[in-house]
Design a protein around this ligand. Sequence first.
Ligand code: FE2
Length: 342
Amino acid sequence: MLRTRRVLAATVAAGALLAFSSACASGGDSPGGKQTLTLYNAQHEDLAKAMVADFTKETGIKVNIRSGKDFELANQLVQEGTKSPADVFITENSPAMSLVASKNGFAKVDQATLDQVPAGYRPSDSTWVGFAARATVLVYNPSQLPAAQLPKSIMDLADLAWKGRYGVAAAGADFQAIVSAVLAAKGTDAGTAWLNGLQSNAKVYPGNGAILKAVNAGEIPAGVIYHYYWYKDRAEAGANSKNTELPFFGNQDPGAFVSLSGAGVTRASKHQAEAQQLVRYLTGKRGQQVLADSTALEYPVASGVPANAKLKPLSELGAPTIDPAKLNGPQVVELMQQEGLL
Ligand SMILES: [Fe+2]
């Protein structure tokens, strides 16, 4: 009995040593030889969790998720530099990706991954890729605003006629991405003049959900939001959207801007191969299908996976063509502060 125990103890110890040395050899940190990745996640947590769970199911690679907001995590990554524990970074909007890219924080995305993302949904420098998209919309309440009076362009919202009649979530990365698109499409002078008009006309709300509620309740006739807030509410009971409609600006207007959620492998990652595997998964058929099937109601952009049938197809939105690498978060924040919107 004693002898059996001793043998067993020795076997366990040897096994533990073997596991330890194999983990060290591969730089890993989870038992069984599989890596554990750290994901800095600025996307909706439910969506990130669903995609990551399926990735782990497929590959056996575990992923720790650390969630925060676009610029909070982007700035953290930049500060941490080569010491960052993050292997992969995903955002809601691309300006935070551009910020990290501008500080050389990303490794180049693998060609196999680039090949599954159409050129319009990734920056020309291949430092990251889009994996989801969200469409800019003007939600409105027809009892307060007849359809015939709807603005033709998001630029019209700077006109005096719109004073006090719509909401924006100025402090959010979502709205700031829209501002960056206006600046990229119209130039800095016209964009700054537009911000000046918004400063006197717009009512500022803490988020897109609050805007939708306010429009539905008749507090304001209209508001600038992303499409999925409305579709999600409609897919549920419609409590915050039943009095509203959702026109799309179309016509390549900056108000038809489609914002990309980005995914990139950090230069700091000690698990480059596995990190690349995660980004390949997020943009692959399986990851894109999880996204399409989720209640997030964002658009898939890669591997030919169609969006949820309830959504107006991405190809019919008339989005302007804007190189996501040109969208600049810090410049937007500076101009919004200068014009008194922040
Ligand atoms: Fe959101």
